[in-house]
Design a protein around this ligand. Structure first.
Ligand code: SF4
Length: 235
């Protein structure tokens, strides 16, 4: 798929998403009598499942940045598509690239334990990354790669409409908050991305290297839990 094909697919999808939202909210789309509603099959609003399938399919064939040449497969995201909590990491690593799922391996196991500590099973939240394709040798994503991939993640956020986003690691925090502040400066505060409360914490891979920081990570998780509870939504 070329960049223009990709953009075109995004437009079609955006229209489906718009119709889905309006339908969910009980709002009927006004149509001029001079242009009567076409009741053919193509006018039926797409269901949430169909929209997710279209999005995942579009991502799997994305060639917008150079990372498509070295990936084994795209790593779309996993979990509850109506989750209150959305977790966003950096990019797929070797295990993720091979298995097609974010946060597997030792870092994934630690994330599962962190989630359990605040009362969540892994399948109760949604887990995604800034990038859908693995950077070679696990290098940091380049800004142009993160920018190229951003619309896919943004569409996932719009579909999920989480109560809280937890950004894990510097790369995710910088991309979602459009800042270059240190992780230390970003932790311990409530931020917003697209109007959604966002908390910044350490990436589990970093915590495996620096277990002493787990105590601070726990503070961040309690902050997430507090926000979910104060919104009247929790496990
Ligand atoms: Fe497309 Fe994102 Fe993969 Fe780049 S990293 S090829 S933008 S899906």
């Amino acid at each position: 798929m070329t960049s223009s094909d990709n953009a075109q697919a995004g437009c079609v999808l955006a229209e489906d998403v718009r119709r889905y939202y309006l339908d969910t909210m009980g709002i009927q789309v006004w149509q001029s009598l001079e242009n009567p509603v076409d009741d053919s099959e193509t006018d039926v609003p797409a269901s949430s499942d169909v929209i997710w399938q279209q999005l995942e399919q579009a991502v799997s064939s994305c060639t917008t940045c150079e990372l498509h040449t070295s990936r084994t497969q795209t790593v779309f995201g996993v979990g509850n598509k109506s989750a209150d909590l959305l977790i966003i990491g950096e990019a797929p690593g070797r295990d993720e690239d091979l298995q097609g799922e974010p946060f597997v391996g030792r870092a994934g196991q630690l994330l599962n334990a962190m989630l359990a500590a605040i009362g969540f099973q892994r399948d109760q939240v949604y887990i995604a990354n800034i990038l859908k394709c693995r950077p070679p040798n696990n290098r940091d994503p380049k800004p142009e790669e993160a920018a190229a991939c951003h619309s896919w993640l943004q569409q996932q956020i719009e579909l999920i409409q989480p109560e809280v986003i937890l950004a894990l690691g510097r790369i995710a925090a910088h991309q979602l908050l459009n800042t270059d502040q240190s992780l230390a400066a970003l932790r311990g505060k409530q931020h917003k991305h697209a109007g959604i409360p966002l908390i910044v914490s350490y990436h589990p891979a970093y915590l495996l290297r620096k277990p002493i920081e787990k105590r601070k990570s726990w503070q961040d998780l309690k902050h997430v839990k507090f926000l979910l509870n104060s919104n009247g939504r929790s496990t």
